[in-house]
Design a protein around this ligand. Structure first.
Ligand code: ZN
Length: 457
């Protein structure tokens, strides 16, 4: 009897890892990092319940670190098999895995320098070399093409509409199909396609991130246009802290559309993040996998380039952009203003009431972004306290995850209920709310997965 073990994203939103054990072979679906609270991050350092060398293959649903960021550690601990994913996921992994390794290496170096680690010396979770070895194992597969993974197991990737390359992994065994939902995208959004409808699976795993919430309704760009125009009237600069992959494309596309419709003036737009610039190129190359309306009218027209856009490469060029006082839009990472080049743009713009800082994503507790949207009068940046006189705005409708109504809409596409639906990738309140809705509205058998729980298929 094949079994499924939940090694991550069970009762929480990070660390996605689901182990399929066929007896003869073992396949890990997603290989994500635990992130956030310390007690979760510490799980990254504990051995898996199975030696990585005993895993024959890995399947990745998408390139967010909470789904792929543990892969270099799996490799350094002995995994040698192939890693199946879409081409878009391979592209984005080539950016995020080396970047993650670099951050782990810097953290270890800082801990050794500061002497604040209980380990001597502090070691990184994995190195740049491990990330490079992990990338060499990636085996890109097109959407909608069943591919043998190990004897008796095939995978097919279906577009999940959540990020470039994102997929549901439909795994077929000899007598049943298991649909790993990965992260579920949204309906009717710019840039990404709607998630593909699925009409049957014997076993289903579905994410529950927003299982108890609804996103703000779309305002057709009215809020963004008002923020840009207000900043222009004050002759100020607009700084948009943004996650480097996915969100940058959505923001650029929204600005370009407002320019095309003459609802805002054509301002200089600086994309100040080397990773964002590289990701943008991958989005351009795979525009046929994105929303139909992105197909360019003419071949030389980019789907994302605003009229006066510049991608900023060198740190020196970035400092020059930050030093300028001319009206402009600057998009820079990180999205919650916890690090990255956005910090020196904030230091330069926060003290003046002419400027605006616009947050476009969820701001977690404890981050600078959260402090700013909650009205902090001063924030600490690069070792000094910076007064906040700029306008602080927040548009929260650009989530890449389906909300509760969208999850239910996707589930309602099934023509028969799965024999079992497992809820993963959610906090307890969201899991509980979605569990209740699936029971009362769909009358499906449903189970909320527990960490390290093993079930028979
Ligand atoms: Zn994701």
């Amino acid at each position: 009897m094949p079994t499924l073990t939940f090694l991550g994203a069970a009762g929480t939103v990070t660390g996605s890892k689901h182990l399929l054990d066929l007896g003869s072979h073992r396949v890990l679906v997603d290989c994500g990092l635990f992130q956030g609270l310390k007690e979760l991050r510490e799980r990254n350092w504990r051995s898996l319940s199975i030696p990585p060398a005993a895993i024959d293959a890995v399947i990745l649903t998408h390139a967010h670190l909470d789904h792929c960021g543990y892969l270099p550690r799996l490799v350094s601990d002995g995994f040698q098999g192939r890693v199946f994913c879409t081409g878009g996921t391979r592209d984005l992994c080539s950016l995020v895995l080396p970047d993650s390794a670099r951050i782990h290496e810097e953290d270890a170096r800082d801990a050794n320098r500061g002497g604040y680690s209980k380990h001597h010396p502090a070691l990184p979770l994995y190195t740049s070399g491990d990330a490079a070895r992990a990338l060499a194992l990636l085996q890109p597969v097109g959407y909608d093409r069943p591919m043998p993974v190990v004897p008796g197991l095939e995978v097919e990737f279906l577009n999940a509409g959540h990020l470039l390359g994102s997929a549901f992994a439909r795994v077929t065994l000899s007598d049943k199909t298991i649909l790993f939902g990965g992260d579920l995208g949204r309906y009717g959004r710019p840039v990404m396609r709607d998630p593909v409808g699925v009409d049957a699976a014997d076993v289903l795993l579905v994410e529950s991130t927003y299982g108890n919430r609804l996103h703000e309704p779309d305002d057709d760009g009215a809020g963004l246009a008002a923020i840009v125009n207000g900043t222009v009237e004050r002759e100020g600069r607009l700084i948009i802290p943004s996650f480097a992959i996915g969100r940058v494309e959505e923001v650029l596309y929204a600005i370009k559309r407002l320019e095309d419709e003459k609802r805002i003036p054509e301002l200089p737009v600086f994309v100040d993040s080397p990773m964002a610039a590289a990701a943008l190129q991958f989005y351009e190359n795979r525009v046929h996998e994105l929303d139909e309306e992105l197909k360019p009218a003419a071949r030389n027209v980019s789907a994302f380039a605003t009229r006066r856009m510049t991608t900023v490469e060198s740190p020196q060029q970035s400092m020059e952009v930050a030093a300028s006082r001319r009206p402009a839009i600057v998009i820079a990472a990180s999205g919650m203003a916890t690090g990255g080049r956005v910090l020196h743009h904030l230091a330069a713009t926060l003290p003046s009431p002419s400027n605006t800082v616009l947050f476009v994503g969820f701001q977690a507790a404890g981050t600078r972004g959260r402090k700013l949207i909650e009205g902090a009068k001063e924030v600490r940046l690069k070792g000094r306290d910076v007064p906040v006189a700029a306008r602080i705005e927040h548009i929260n409708s650009m989530s890449a995850h389906a909300d509760a109504a969208e999850i239910m809409r996707w589930l309602s596409g099934f023509s028969r209920p799965p024999a079992m639906t497992y809820l993963v990738h959610g906090e307890p309140a969201a899991l509980g709310a979605l569990h209740a809705r699936i029971q009362t509205e769909l009358h499906w058998p449903v189970h909320t997965a527990a960490h390290e729980e093993r079930v028979e298929l």
